[in-house]
Structure formats: structure tokens, C-alpha cells
Design a protein around this ligand. Sequence first.
Ligand code: ADP
Ligand code: ZN
Length: 627
Amino acid sequence: MSSLPASLPHPTPLDVLGQTFGYQQFRGPQQAIVEHVVAGGDALVLMPTGGGKSLCYQIPAIVRQNAGHGVTIVISPLIALMHDQVGALLEAGVAAAFLNSTQSFEESSQLEKQLLRNELTLLYAAPERINTPRMKGLLASLHERGLLSLFAIDEAHCVSQWGHDFRPEYRSLSLLHETFPDVPRMALTATADELTRQDMIERLKLEEARQFVSSFDRPNIRYTIVEKTDATRQLLRFIETEHDGEAGIVYCQSRKRVEEIAATLADAGIKAMAYHAGLDASLRQQRQDRFLREDAMVMVATIAFGMGIDKPDVRFVAHLDMPKNIEGYYQETGRAGRDGLSADAWMVYGLQDVVNQRRMIDTSEVASEEFKQVMRGKLDALLSLAEDTRCRRVSLLHYFGEDSQPCGNCDNCLNPPEVWDATEAARKMLSCIYRVQQASGISFGAGHIMDILRGKSSEKVIQYGHDQLSTFGIGAELGEAQWRSVLRQLIAKNTVRVDTEAFSTLQLLPDARQVLKGEVGVLLRAQALGAKADRRKRATKTSVKGLAEAALNAGALERLGRLKAWRAEVAREHNLPAFVIFHDATLRALAEQAPQSLQDLEGISGMGVKKLQAYGAEVLRVCAEPE
Ligand code: ADP
Ligand code: ZN
């Protein structure tokens, strides 16, 4: 039931791409994936967020349904986002629907009838639905009639406890391959570390499936990680200087902090809202809708927000607290710039973040020791990324098993951090930790160790007689901030551990020995210097928006304004986000090309057959309108 002209009974994938979605070319591995799945093969698709996974199952669904294979069942974890995805498909003229718990018995029955008549191309359902008796019955009936075309399991990493958002309901998906072994299956995810990948393959029985692993690079995203000094002020300055009037997401760890930051941003005149699991479900839904639908909204959220947020024009993702691991960081930052235009991934972090994350792992009562060990390793990897003086992208991609060259689009490439030889400082710190432990028989925390190094006769220092130690005052030449940086980087290098089960005391690790003996040198980034250089360069950077709109002449700019207003109107009428009607990139192309006829509209990216029919005349009118 697609809207393709009758003269094309068997459209090829490329036909569908152009006619239904209005795109001229497949991106990266899309074509190979689509062809493999159309032919009935199983597939595991690993592609970064924004890479274009949806088309990888939507196009096979359309082609296979046209060839008489029936419906594609899409399993997706969040009901909230199914509405918009189905809305976008309907806009493109594809018969799609979703099953959810808010539907009445009548509505569900209606859908079931449509399915049995082979009238639907895609059906979206949450994993917990799959396991209900009614759904199992429906799937069996469809299968009997040869109308079960394909299972597409989106966000497939949710099946693995090693992934960053394990959902137990995903485990029930084993039902699919067990009950319907002959129905092709594809699993898609943006998480690709080896452990999760293996687990996914095993749990979803995809050993025989062909694997399609794309490059995980997101070249349009600029990575920046800075030292946390005053997080709120740093964030305000970042938004005001780089992303004024643009949409973004700010991640914080706690609900309380989310509320505080949202209030602070709002006070500063930024359109900001809070989002976390402690809020009422309807309020959350309402805020998510506003974020999707309105321009220039900043969502301040815990990681409860974001999965499946397919908003293409998020211009920045900011982390005020450090995530748990690189997978989480990459997934969260990946929500920026899905439209391919420049975007920022910006994070502030400090010693406290390390201690907090470490404590969460150590004190977890549900996790096994094996699990904790894996989580500690993952946290350490993120820490090394934060402390790295080399290209962030090279480090990130290396983590996902990819080799690459310095990118020229991260903080370290743009403003190479000053590096100083901290071998001596590191030795002083390590020997101080050692001496204190030896002298007192117990370990102490970072603050105390730094007091001793800097020769501060604090009450505690006097109390323990640590002013008598040979290491008292040997590090007076460095300030506290510098010592913190030394300590963080020693932690990142696995020479010191923060024992969160023992008052965050510092413990030496075996690798400390080589540093202590002077066998291994330590080069550290000079944070303070780096930060200054950063500000200098940033000041001259034209904002993303400035660049994009500067390229348009005055007439085009006016057209763009009118087109945006028109789009907002249509989106409101259809109760859909504006980008579902047309992407910014499509509006920009229209504004630039000033089309005069329907023919002129063909070939504009994002202008499929159905949209041309539905909106073509309107678009021409809006473009021609005198101001
Ligand atoms: P993912 O699910 O991998 O995060 P999406 O499927 O949401 O990514 O695609 C990201 C964006 O890229 C969407 O806006 C989509 O319309 C667009 N897109 C995908 N494939 C193509 C293509 N071949 N040509 C142009 N745009 C594309
Ligand atoms: Zn780089």
C-alpha cells in the first residue's frame, strides 16, 4: 500500500528512496544493507546515531510489502517516539501504524483487520507487547498467511546488560526467532563495543546474520572536554557565545541539579525546561513534545531523556556531569547534528565526577563483582579520553575499534593543549601518598594529600603529625588546581585509585612503581593554558547558524522565513514536529532555488512524490509570495 504509481509494480530500493523519501543517494552502507534484507537475509546493523538506520528497514519493508510479503514489525523501546515516526511515514505516503497500550480494544481490532488484509507496510510495537497472548496470536495468524515480512529490532543493544540501557523486556524477543525461524530479522544499534555486540548476537540468535559495521565517525560533531571550574557559569557562557537561539540538550546526573540548571538558564533568558524520571509522565510527555516541536528549546535532563529523540536539528549536547562510560557519552552526544550540519558535543568534568561515578559502581548492591569490574574498566576508558591530549575523535574511534587521523574538529586539534613534563610532580604526589600511608597505617583523601604537598598546616595535618613528613611542602610550587589535574591524570593512567568504599581515600596501584622509580615519564595537559587558548579561538568562530544563513542572499532569507512560518502552521495542524513535514535542509534548498513550477521541485532533497502532491502547490505559493 505505498503511494507509488501503478506503472511501477515492483519498485527497486532506489526508486523507493527517491519517490517516497525524496533522497537521491543512499548513504554509506545503506544500499548494501537494504539489498541484503530485501532478499530475505538476516542482518546486524551497527551505525552511529544519525547515520540513517531507519531507512535500512523502512525501504525493505516497502519493497517487500509491494512484492506480497506482508508487514514489517518494528520493535522500538519507546512508545513516545513511535507516534512521530509513524507520523513521518504517513506524511511520506507509507501505510504505517503502532500498537500501544493506550489504544482501545476497538482500535486494536481495527489494526489487526488491516494487517490480515495486508494493508499495512510497517507496524511499530514496544518489546513488552510482543509477549502478550494477543500479539502472539496475531503474529501466528499473519505468519500462517505468509504476511510476516520482516522483524526489525531497533536499539538492539537494549537486550544486553553490557549495553548502557539494558531493558529486560528485550530478552523476550528470543521468542521471534524461536517461533518464526523463517522470518528474516534485522537488529540495529548505535552501540558497538565488542562485549555488547557479542551479547546481542547471542541473545538474538544472529550468529548467521550478516554484519554491517559502519564507521562510527560523526564528522560534523565537534568534541570539547574542559575542566570544570564553575559548571553553571561555563554552561551559560557556552550557550550564549556559541548557541544563542538554538536547540540543545544539557545532561546532568541528578534530578535536583537538572531542576537548578533549568531554572538558572531560564533566568538568563534561555528557553529551557527540566526533564527527569521524577516528573509526572504527562508533564514529561508535554515537555518532550515542546522540545521536538518548538525552535530553540534547551532541554536540561538526566539520561532518562533522549533515547529515540530523532530531532535532527539539535545543535549541541552539553554534559555537566560525566557519563558512566564512552558508549553512553557517544550515544548521548550523537543526538546532536543528525541533520549533518555542524554541532557541538561539550563536556565539563572534574575530580568529583570521577569519585562520584566510582562510588556508584562500588556501592551498587545489585551488581556482581564481575560486572563492577567491567564497569570500572569502562569508566577508566572515559577518564582517559577526558585527560587525553591527542585528538578526541581518534581516541573515541579507537575505542570502537577504528583507526583514524587527527580530525581538525575537536578541542585538542583546534587548540593543541600545552603539555608539561609532570614526571617530577607525579613522583612527589605518589611518594607523598606512600609516605602518609606508611607513617599512619591508613590512607587519606585528595584534599589532605594536597595540603601536605603544598605545605599547609591544616588542623588535620598537625593532628596526624604529617607536617613532619619528608614530603611536607615539597610541592609548594604548584597550586591546588594543578595538583588536582595531576591527580586526575594519575587516576586516568591507572597509577592511583580512589577507594570510594573507604572515604574516597587514595591508594597506589602497581603501575605507580614505574613512575615512582622514574622509569616512566608523565606528560600532562596544562589545563589552565589550554582553557585560555580555547577562549581566544572560540571568540573568532562564526556560529553554526551564522555560517548557514550567511550563505543565503536577502531574497532567499525572506523566503526561508516565510517557509518556516508556513511549516510551523502545517505541523501544528497535523500535530507533528516541524521537521517531519520538511527538514531545515529542504526548506533551505527551496529558499535558495526559488522554484517556479512543480517540476522545479523534483529532485529537491526531502521532496518525495507524496509530499510533492500534498504540499507542492503551497510551497510554490509561499516561495512566490511578496513580503
Ligand atoms: P539513526 O536512526 O541512524 O540515528 P535516522 O534514520 O534518524 O538515523 O537518520 C538520520 C537523518 O538522516 C534523518 O533525518 C534521515 O531522514 C536522514 N537520511 C537518512 N538516509 C538518508 C539519505 N540516504 N539521504 C539523505 N538523508 C538521509
Ligand atoms: Zn581532533
